[in-house]
Every structure is written in structure tokens, then in C-alpha cells.
Design a protein around this ligand. Structure first.
Ligand code: PHE
Length: 332
């Protein structure tokens, strides 16, 4: 009897070790260790044995049950680990992975837009300039003909940086300070564009961001007129959006241009989009940069890049451009 028990236990542990799935293991557990198992049958036969034999058979039965239960537990742990590995593999998301035949990521829509516009203007002989995002009062305001107490300073809700004298350092509120830096650094003729990030201390909504992008254009040369300004805006609009888009100018006020205008773009469906400001560079601004307004004149314009890109690509909430949601970003 004891030999039979040992033989059954050995065969059973082999079958347990070979169980391929957790379901199969559960079925084996019930078959080999449950109430109707072969081992349970031996228990019933023990009634007819003498005391000594009962003790030996009982011991063998317990040893067999323990060995089989241990084999079930060991196999269950193995199968659990395999299942966990398979699940981890299935859910793996490697953000650095390059999959064959699939794009490994791309530039943000705003960056693509900057590059597209740079191509348009560089093709016309313009250069691209950059300036710092943390500016001093001179470049962001004073040199642009905003007097110390000029009310137009309030037009731009400014983030001040707590550094040096009070209200002396700002997060630039527009890209116009780069005009000053370009004119300070080089004599005319100047044909430059200046894309970059700007900051306004205001609440965000679907059409306003506190951190956004502008593109500034500056031309200084002999004999530059308002006609050149209007023609340049019209040209880049059509180059970016295609034919069918038009623009209009509305009188406006900026301290650094005179005369000044705001410009709107007209979509092919006839509706209007307010885009930016422009004008002839104010003589005071030229003088502030050491350029003689009797000899040179020029124009400047600046507009919101995020709004331009959103219009072209049908983005209805500008805040999406500042999000990191892959599902949004992947579309462009
Ligand atoms: N800097 C102005 C703004 O942000 C726009 C502008 C640029 C106006 C150049 C005139 C000339 O509102």
C-alpha cells in the first residue's frame, strides 16, 4: 500500500509540474487532492489495518499530500510569474521606441509654423533674429517710445521679474524689443524677422494664452513706405494660407509706430481674424537706436503665431497648443 501511495504521489507531482495553465493546475489540484482523489480512497481502506500499519500508511499519505500540495504551490508561483510577464509585455509603452515604418515623433505645430514662415521670409532675403525672453525696461518699453508713465504700458499686462531695481526686469510682453536689439547691433538696411515666445499677465481662455508666440517683422531702408508694409503682410498671408485669403488694416495706436494699424485676415468664407499690429517705425525709435530718421524709414509688424497656426489647422482652443496630450500633438 505504501509503495502504491509513493508511486501515485510521484506520478501526480510530475503531472502538476507539467500543468501549462493556471486553469489546468486548478483542475489537477481538485483531481489529485480533492475528496474523490485516489489518495482519499486509501484513507477509507485504512480501517482494516492494525495500529502499526495504520501509523505507517497514515504517515505515507500525509507525506504524499504535502509533497503534492507543495508541487501545486510551486507550479502556481511559476505560472503567476509567466502571466505577469506576459501582461507587462502586452502593456509596455516605450516612449523612446522607434518603430520601423513609423515616425519617431515630430516638431510641435508652433515650431513647424515658425520654420514655415522663416522659409517664406528667408526666400525674400530676410534674416532671422532672436532676443532674450527676460528683458530690461529699455528694450521692452523705453526704447520703443513708451515714456516712464506712458499709459500704453498698461495695454500690456506685464510680468515683472524680482531682480534689480523695481519694475526694471520683465518677461517680454512682445517680440518688439528684438527690433531694438537688431537696430542697436547693425546699421540699415535691415530686413529681419524675429519669432519668439512672449508673456502676458492675463487669464487664459480658448483664444488667449499667458505664454504665447509672436513673429515680428522689421524693415529699415531708404524710401520705405506704408505700401511696402501692406504688400509684405499680404504676401506672407497668401504664402502661408494660399490664395483666397485677404487682409485689411484698421487705424490703431502703438507708441513705437506712426501711423499705426491693426491687421486682420479674411478667410475664404469672408469671416475676419484679428491677427496683429503694424506701422511705420516711429522716428523716436530710430533715434533711440542711433539711426537717422531723415535718411531712413521703415515698417514693423507683429502678430500671434499660435493664433495663425490654430486658424490654419482648425484648432478651436489655443490652450491645446500648450498641452502635452500626445493624441492632440500627433495630429500635426
Ligand atoms: N508689439 C505689438 C503687440 O504685441 C504689435 C506690433 C508690432 C505693433 C510691430 C506695431 C509694430 O501688440
Amino acid at each position: 500500500m505504501i509503495d502504491d501511495i509513493r508511486r501515485i504521489a510521484a506520478a501526480a507531482t510530475d503531472r502538476i509540474a507539467g500543468a501549462a495553465t493556471l486553469d489546468e493546475l486548478g483542475a489537477l489540484d481538485r483531481e489529485l487532492l480533492g475528496k474523490t482523489s485516489e489518495l482519499s480512497g486509501f484513507k477509507r481502506q485504512m480501517g482494516g489495518l492494525d495500529h502499526e500499519a495504520k501509523r505507517e500508511v497514515g504517515g505515507a499519505l500525509n507525506a504524499a499530500r504535502e509533497a503534492m500540495a507543495a508541487a501545486v504551490a510551486a507550479r502556481r508561483a511559476e505560472l503567476d510569474a509567466i502571466a505577469r510577464r506576459a501582461q507587462a509585455e502586452a502593456e509596455r509603452l516605450d516612449l523612446t521606441e522607434v518603430r520601423a515604418g513609423r515616425d519617431a515623433g515630430h516638431l510641435h505645430l508652433v515650431t513647424q509654423t515658425i520654420e514655415e514662415l522663416e522659409d517664406v521670409f528667408v526666400g525674400l532675403g530676410f534674416t532671422v533674429a532672436e532676443g532674450p525672453e527676460v528683458e530690461d525696461d529699455w528694450h521692452n518699453f523705453t526704447a520703443l517710445n513708451f515714456g516712464r508713465y506712458h499709459p500704453a504700458r498698461d495695454m500690456q499686462d506685464t510680468f515683472f521679474v524680482d531682480l534689480g531695481a523695481e519694475r526694471e526686469v520683465v518677461m517680454r510682453t512682445h517680440t518688439s524689443p528684438v527690433q531694438i536689439r537688431v537696430m542697436e547691433g547693425q546699421a540699415p538696411p535691415i530686413y529681419s524677422i524675429m519669432p519668439g515666445r512672449v508673456y502676458r499677465n492675463e487669464a487664459t481662455d480658448s483664444t488667449h494664452l499667458a505664454v504665447f508666440h509672436q513673429l515680428e517683422c522689421l524693415v529699415i531702408d531708404r524710401g520705405i513706405t506704408f505700401g511696402h508694409l501692406a504688400g509684405t503682410i499680404d504676401m506672407f498671408t497668401k504664402a502661408y494660407f494660399g490664395p483666397g485669403w485677404n487682409m485689411r488694416l484698421r487705424p490703431a495706436y502703438f507708441p513705437f509706430t506712426e501711423p499705426s494699424a491693426e491687421f486682420d485676415l479674411q478667410r475664404p468664407d469672408g469671416s475676419w481674424l484679428e491677427l496683429g499690429g503694424c506701422g511705420m517705425v516711429h522716428p523716436n525709435v530710430l533715434r533711440n537706436c542711433g539711426i537717422d530718421p531723415e535718411e531712413f524709414s521703415g515698417f514693423a509688424f507683429g502678430f500671434g503665431l499660435d493664433r495663425l497656426a490654430a486658424t490654419k489647422h482648425g484648432v478651436t482652443d489655443l490652450r491645446e497648443l500648450a498641452s502635452t496630450d500626445i493624441r492632440f500633438l500627433e495630429q500635426f
